[in-house]
Unconditional design. Structure first.
Length: 97
């Protein structure tokens, strides 16, 4: 199965809503930017029936360069997380039946 890219998602939104592809593209981009802005501000984004976007802190740690074996410091960072809601999990599992 081929992955869906952003253009495919925009086409889906345009077809589902009757919007032009340009308007659907702006709407999709606005949703993505809204989620990213809230995560960057340290807030969770909860979408009922879909899931929760949140951030996780990764502590600084020591690693190794696989080519040289030299020790390197990996700085602390934040990572985006997604936890699927029950409704989404149910939809995924029922579609396999």
């Amino acid at each position: 199965m081929d992955p869906v890219n952003q253009a495919d998602l925009i086409a889906h939104v345009a077809n589902a809503t009757g919007m032009s592809k340009a308007d659907a593209g702006r709407a999709v981009e606005a949703v993505f930017n809204g989620i990213a802005d809230e995560l960057a501000a340290g807030r969770q984004v909860r979408l009922a029936g879909f899931g929760i976007f949140s951030t996780a802190e990764r502590a600084a740690r020591e690693g190794r360069n696989p080519q040289t074996g030299a020790t390197v410091q990996i700085p602390a960072s934040k990572a985006a997380k997604f936890a699927a809601a029950k409704g989404l999990k149910d939809r995924l599992n029922n579609s396999q039946a």
